[in-house]
Ligand binder design. Structure first.
Ligand code: SAH
Ligand code: SF4
Length: 366
């Protein structure tokens, strides 16, 4: 389904496209830079705040573009400092944006690290068997403006409590593209969005602090490897042999491990950086020692970091999280063989932080 809003969001414009728009409407090009400054540096929330623009121009802009980022429907804060925002788009589709705070012991709130997890699609077509986002299927891609808006929404929320807006820098430290949807299936809107966030005239946010997570769309991984930016890549592996991976991730039939692993290797080599392999631990599906050994082989070959994620149960799905003892055995096996590994002691488990779950709860209770 293709969705065309009445007015496109201003956050979908690049400096070039806004300059062209203004020139076509008889306005000088330099105004585009001023608008970008207001949006990304001073974080104006409406056109009237842009006091160095003539009123006639502000009116023209208001006629052409929507400036309000998506509407917040619900915010849930968990005990471990994860905050989940449910955002409603113009067509009333709902998406999730998550703020994950990692406070540093002994320092003030300002120095806590914040990671923002953004969505790229409404729903997801890839149907991984364990995932809430995949359950309802794919509804539509988010536009470039809708992707950027999620981060501006968070900036507006966070700016109230931090100094960062006055320093004209982003209100968070990392972006992870791990919310609802498969980012690589919306490559055409995602990459321009990340470029707006990265641009000096935009949020000026470093590409190395942006991680894109994919279920393994091989041609897009290879395409991303050719882009000039140093985006980080995370691959949802979740199975270290084809039969196990195929059982939970249908995409493995199209791009099996013998294609996926070399593509990840190429990505790592062309960027000169370590790729992350995400591995959800699901009881008796992929948490066996045979899987650990197959994973060790892949991780060592790729020189990749492995992020183990104990499965977050989803209502209506049969999969279970392994016991801490089983998780530890798996983790230690990797560690002892020299694999760089972390295990995520789940943030936000109590508010269902894993992808798509808050939305699923809302929809089910309607
Ligand atoms: N589509 C992309 C990005 C969104 S999913 C991808 O699949 O990588 C982000 C991460 O959350 C993926 O690693 C995904 O496998 C994981 N995930 C999905 N459901 C989960 C659950 N119930 N518990 C833990 N992690 C989950
Ligand atoms: Fe889609 Fe990722 Fe969920 Fe798979 S894990 S259904 S690709 S969002």
């Amino acid at each position: 389904m293709k969705y065309t809003p009445a007015k496109p969001p201003i956050y979908g414009e690049s400096l070039d496209s806004l300059q062209s728009h203004l020139a076509a409407n008889g306005e000088p090009k330099f105004r585009a830079k001023q608008v970008m400054d207001w949006l990304y540096k001073k974080r104006a929330r409406n056109w009237d705040e842009m006091t160095n623009l003539p009123k006639s121009l502000r009116e023209k802009l208001a006629d052409s573009f929507d400036i309000a980022p998506s509407k917040r429907v619900l915010a849930k804060e968990s005990a471990d400092e994860t905050e989940k925002l449910l955002l409603q788009m113009d067509d009333s589709s709902m998406i999730e944006t998550v703020v994950i705070r990692a406070p540093q012991i002994g320092v003030g709130q300002e120095s806590s690290r914040k990671t923002i997890c953004i969505s790229t699609q409404v729903g997801c077509a890839y149907g991984c068997k364990f995932c809430a986002s995949g359950l309802a299927g794919w509804k539509r891609d988010l536009s470039t403006g809708e992707i950027v808006s999620q981060l501006i929404h968070v900036c507006h929320l966070e700016d109230a409590t931090t100094q960062r807006a006055s320093e004209e820098i982003a209100s968070f430290d990392n972006i992870v593209v791990m919310g609802m949807g498969e980012p690589m299936a919306n490559y055409k809107n995602l990459i321009p969005a990340l470029r707006i966030l990265n641009a000096p005239w935009g949020l000026n946010f470093g590409a190395r602090r942006i991680t894109i997570s994919t279920s393994g769309i091989v041609p897009r991984i290879l395409e991303l490897a050719q882009e000039p930016e140093q985006f980080r890549l995370a691959v949802s592996l979740h199975g270290a042999t084809n039969p196990v991976r195929e059982q939970i991730m249908p995409i493995n039939r199209k791009y099996p491990l013998e294609q996926l692993v070399p593509a990840i290797k190429q990505y790592g080599q062309s960027k000169g950086r370590m790729v992350t392999l995400e591995f959800i631990l699901i009881e008796e599906i992929n948490d066996t020692l045979e899987q650990a050994d197959a994973l060790i082989k892949i991780a060592l070959e790729l020189k990749a970091h492995v992020n183990l994620i104990p499965y977050n149960t989803v209502d209506g799905l049969e999969w279970r999280r392994p016991s801490i003892a089983r998780q530890d055995t798996f983790y230690n096996r990797l560690k002892n063989r020299g694999v760089s590994t972390t295990i995520r002691r789940e943030k936000g488990h109590d508010i269902a932080a894993a992808c798509g779950q808050l939305k699923l709860k809302m929809v089910n209770s309607e």
